[in-house]
Design a protein around this ligand. Structure first.
Ligand SMILES: Nc1nc2c(ncn2[C@@H]2O[C@H](COP(=O)(O)OP(=O)(O)OP(=O)(O)O)[C@@H](O)[C@H]2O)c(=O)[nH]1
Ligand SMILES: [Mg+2]
Length: 669
């Protein structure tokens, strides 16, 4: 394509140039020059040279009647059903059983749609927002275009006319069909609701809503962004329809989103820009997206002052070249007076009109455009889904990291608990006083040392002969333990809270309650300690069953021995008061050990204390688990899959395999 000087405008406008820009007609010969022209429709020749040559070869003739027949389809490629010229409504709607390759691809696409639709990115992370946006756009594109288009490769070709607000899109569409079907106006933006213009024969296809199913069909002009006005124009050749899209860049957010959605459903993008706007950023972003996606693109540079045509067209062409779009057909239309109906004069619009006319008349050319854009869109799924897979994996990693942080906080709590039992810190103050009181006087201790043999009797009689002070000790033990449990829970909650707050996904899941232990923790800790004490007493009772002294001392002995076991739990594994430097305390602990050893035997005592300690740690662990669950339940509630990324990647790989096998454009790319 020539792109500079007067030749540009003239070339684009002349019938001859229009012929050389013809996008996707079929040629058996395909000269080097023609191949270069053809690649204008693919924009992907660097990456996929085969595709452009074999799939979208050109027809050098303007007369469709003289067009060379299309090349025989490859055995493994889907045949393009010829579109009957007199396609009636019933025929248009009846889809034949698809060939196996298409069926396989459609199934793979369906699975991919489920995988994308079923993957959420609920954890707040930098990648999540983008993944949600891309995922939603892909699902929309699958529903709007890929699935219905694959199901009906022979359906009419849809040209979506896109560009900046005020570029003259509506005027252009009106001028192409020679009727003011879409309102053009001076207010920006004017078009709010897309307008689809088609030949009456193609109406059933567009009307039935396979394509762009989310848009409500209407025959009346509308301003509703969820509506699609369908206009039937006999003057427009069958097989090709225009869709006048809202702008891509006005301040109306809904317009921009809708335009992007419509462009993703296009078989061919007709980009309209003006002499005043062609260097705007937004259109170029979309053009680059189109190029990467392999969409067939044509451009109109509208309203070019005649005297500046060469300069502007050259500059635009340079910009296109730099962005790998240099081979896309470019039509340069001069600034002109509109006629009474607001249409561009027939002579000015003719090259573009004829170009589309030829495309409409040539089923093979249309099929090639459809297949190329479809194939490109399918091919672009894989990298897009790979991005989603990464984001999904990142979600899973973040969830694990958050879970690990909670685990670490409460594991530290368990450790503190175990240390607290071992280092004797619990055997102080009130507990120690009550223990000393419980074990007895200095005389009792002396007796222990000199007359170990009589210990059992003394111990038991001491217990049976006076009111049991054990309940105070038991209460002191309970309160000490509960205090420890509450302190550990408070520390762990604070630590877990802080660790989540430092992570964006964690911070979003927190509320202030989590900063402290649960409100009912004190009662639960109380209950837990009491249950444990009962359990220890039960253990001692079971162990002492049948032993004479226990039988004699009954409840006193069990209580006394049980409390002694608890005290032993609070000292050290060897029952030695390692952490107790207080002489009396040390003596007391030894006394406890001796009392128990005398009653139950040395080994049994070790076993009892070990069991009691383990049970206490187990109960405390359960309590901490419940506390940790307040965090982890929130994480679980977001409902993340185990391996979301792998599922997405597999579904995309299956699509890519089916796409390659089907070879829509005639070559396995
Ligand atoms: N003189 C002249 N005016 C034009 C031409 N094309 C469009 N206009 C005017 O420019 C204004 C905008 O044209 P539209 O066709 O509404 O532009 P649009 O791209 O559809 O704008 P949106 O719907 O807002 O996206 C209207 O007032 C048109 O009459 C042209 O080739 N020559
Ligand atoms: Mg408009």
């Amino acid at each position: 394509m020539t792109t500079h000087g007067d030749a540009v405008g003239q070339a684009a406008l002349s019938a001859e140039a229009a012929a050389t820009r013809q996008p996707a007609t079929v040629s058996k010969t395909g000269s080097a020059d023609e191949k270069a022209q053809v690649s204008t429709m693919t924009d992907q020749d660097a990456d996929h040279p085969d595709r452009t040559e074999s799939a979208v070869s050109r027809q050098p003739h303007e007369d469709p009647g003289t067009a060379a027949p299309p090349p025989a389809p490859k055995p493994d490629s889907a045949p393009v059903p010829a579109r009957p010229a007199d396609l009636g409504e019933a025929d248009a709607l009846a889809a034949a059983e698809p060939p196996p390759g298409i069926k396989k691809l459609a199934e793979a696409l369906g699975n991919l749609r489920s995988a994308i639709g079923g993957t959420a990115y609920p954890l707040v992370m930098p990648s999540a927002e983008e993944a949600q946006r891309v995922g939603a756009a892909l699902v929309t594109q699958l529903d709007d275009y890929l699935l219905p288009r694959l199901a009906r490769l022979d359906a009419p070709l849809l040209v979506v006319v896109g560009g900046s607000t005020g570029a003259g899109k509506s005027t252009l569409v009106n001028s192409l069909v020679r009727a003011p079907v879409s309102t053009a106006g001076v207010l920006r933006p004017t078009t709010r609701s897309p307008v689809l213009v088609s030949n009456p024969a193609d109406l059933p296809w567009f009307q039935q809503g396979e394509l762009l199913p989310g848009l409500v069909r209407t025959r009346e002009p509308s301003n509703d962004a969820a509506a699609l006005q369908i206009v039937s124009i006999p003057a427009l050749g069958a097989g090709l329809a225009f869709l006048d899209a809202p702008d891509i860049d006005s301040v109306v957010d809904r317009n921009r989103k809708l335009a992007a959605q419509l462009l993703a459903a296009a078989d061919l993008w007709l980009f309209v820009t003006t002499a005043a706007r062609y260097a705007d950023a937004v259109p170029w972003e979309l053009l680059t997206t189109a190029r990467l996606r392999g969409t067939v693109i044509a451009l109109v540079l509208d309203r070019v002052p005649v005297e500046a045509t060469a300069e502007i067209a050259t500059h635009l062409q340079d910009m296109l070249n730099v962005r790998d779009l240099g081979t896309a057909p470019l039509f340069v239309l001069p600034e002109t007076q509109l006629d009474a109906q607001g249409l561009i004069g027939e002579d000015v619009i003719r090259p573009l009109h004829d170009w589309f006319g030829r495309l409409a008349a040539d089923a093979d050319a249309r099929a090639a455009v459809v297949r190329q854009t479809l194939d490109g869109a399918l091919m672009s799924l894989n990298p897009a889904v790979a991005g989603l897979g990464d984001a999904a994996d990142e979600q899973a990693r973040a969830a694990k990291a958050l879970g690990d942080r909670v685990t670490a906080a409460y594991r530290a709590g368990r450790q503190t608990m175990a240390d607290g039992l071992r280092d004797g810190r619990l055997l102080r103050g009130e507990v120690l006083a009550r223990w000393q009181e419980f074990v007895g006087t200095g005389e009792f201790l002396k007796t222990l040392e000199s007359k170990v043999g009589q210990l059992r009797d003394r111990f038991v009689s001491a217990l049976t002969g006076r009111p049991l002070p054990g309940r105070y000790l038991q209460a002191a033990l309970e309160s000490q333990l509960v205090t420890l449990l509450r302190a550990i829970s408070a520390d762990a909650a604070e630590q877990a809270y802080a660790s989540w707050q430092a992570h964006p996904a964690g911070a979003a899941l927190l509320d202030l309650d989590l900063q402290r232990p649960s409100a009912d923790l004190p009662e639960r800790a109380d209950r837990m300690v009491r249950d444990w004490q009962q359990w220890v007493l039960g253990l001692v009772r079971a162990e002492g069953a049948g032993k004479r002294v226990v039988a004699r001392g009954a409840a006193y002995a069990v209580n006394g021995a049980g409390l002694a076991v608890m005290i032993a739990v609070f000292t050290s594994t060897a029952f030695l008061p390692t952490g107790l430097e207080v002489a009396a305390g040390a003596g007391s602990a030894i006394a406890a050990q001796k009392v128990l050893e005398a009653i139950f035997g040395d080994q049994a005592i070790r076993t009892l204390a070990t069991q009691a300690r383990e049970d206490l740690l187990l109960r405390a662990g359960k309590l901490f688990d419940e506390e940790a669950a307040r965090f982890t339940d929130r994480l679980a509630a977001v409902g993340l899959d185990q391996e979301p990324g792998a599922r997405l990647r597999q579904a995309a790989a299956d699509v890519e395999t089916a796409r390659t096998e089907l070879a829509l454009t005639g070559s396995a790319t």
